[in-house]
Design a protein around this ligand. Structure first.
Ligand code: IMP
Ligand code: MG
Length: 177
């Protein structure tokens, strides 16, 4: 698979993002990591955060086994703690159509956080189907399907240290687990 974003480039950009997040949240921030795709991004992000950090995990499914967003989002694992009055940043892997994030923002906003922002590793603006706000963006890419650094295709390739492009032919060749 062709490399789109190399390991070094990922590391440098992900090390820079926490400065923005920390300076916007001098009194600390509560990070909500969206599983599974954002776990590597979160792990690297928090190690250069300079403000106080607490975190929680949520799992959602927008795809099922296919690589197309269904627009139907299911909460597979909810947060362990409440958000009321807390400054919250959602940590997402990719914002593609934006449907998943728009849904997440809606249900989390209803829980009364003091503020609600979103950080994503990768954004694909040309694919948007809804006008969703993303406050911190690692990389903006074209309409490509990427894997690695936590991101998968049918649960595979999350372990790659870089972001690689999955072509239609390599997708077709991948057996569904
Ligand atoms: P959306 O609802 O279309 O924005 O899709 C969001 C979710 O789809 C992301 O959180 C990812 O889990 C997944 N996704 C979208 N594009 C990609 C990709 O290029 N590679 C891997 N997962 C993706
Ligand atoms: Mg995701």
């Amino acid at each position: 698979m062709q490399i789109l974003i190399a390991e070094d480039t990922l590391r440098q950009r992900v090390a820079a993002l926490p400065q923005e997040i920390s300076s916007d949240h001098p009194n600390g921030v509560h990070l909500v990591c969206v599983l599974k795709g954002a776990f590597v991004f979160l792990a690297d992000l928090i190690r250069t955060m300079t403000c106080e950090v607490t975190l929680d995990f949520m799992a959602v499914s927008s795809y099922g086994p296919s690589t197309r967003s269904s627009g139907q989002v299911r909460v597979l694992k909810d947060l362990d703690s409440g958000l009321e009055g807390r400054p919250v940043v959602i940590v997402e892997d990719i914002v593609d159509t934006g449907l998943t994030l728009a849904y997440l923002q809606e249900i989390l906003r209803a829980r009364g956080p003091r503020s609600l922002k979103t950080a994503c590793l990768v954004s694909k603006p040309s694919r948007r189907q809804t006008n969703v706000a993303v406050d911190y963006v690692g990389f903006t890419i074209d309409d490509l399907f990427v894997v690695g650094y936590g991101l998968d295709s049918g649960e595979r390739h999350r372990n790659l240290p870089h972001l690689a492009i999955v072509t239609d032919s390599s997708r077709a060749a991948s057996p569904t687990p």
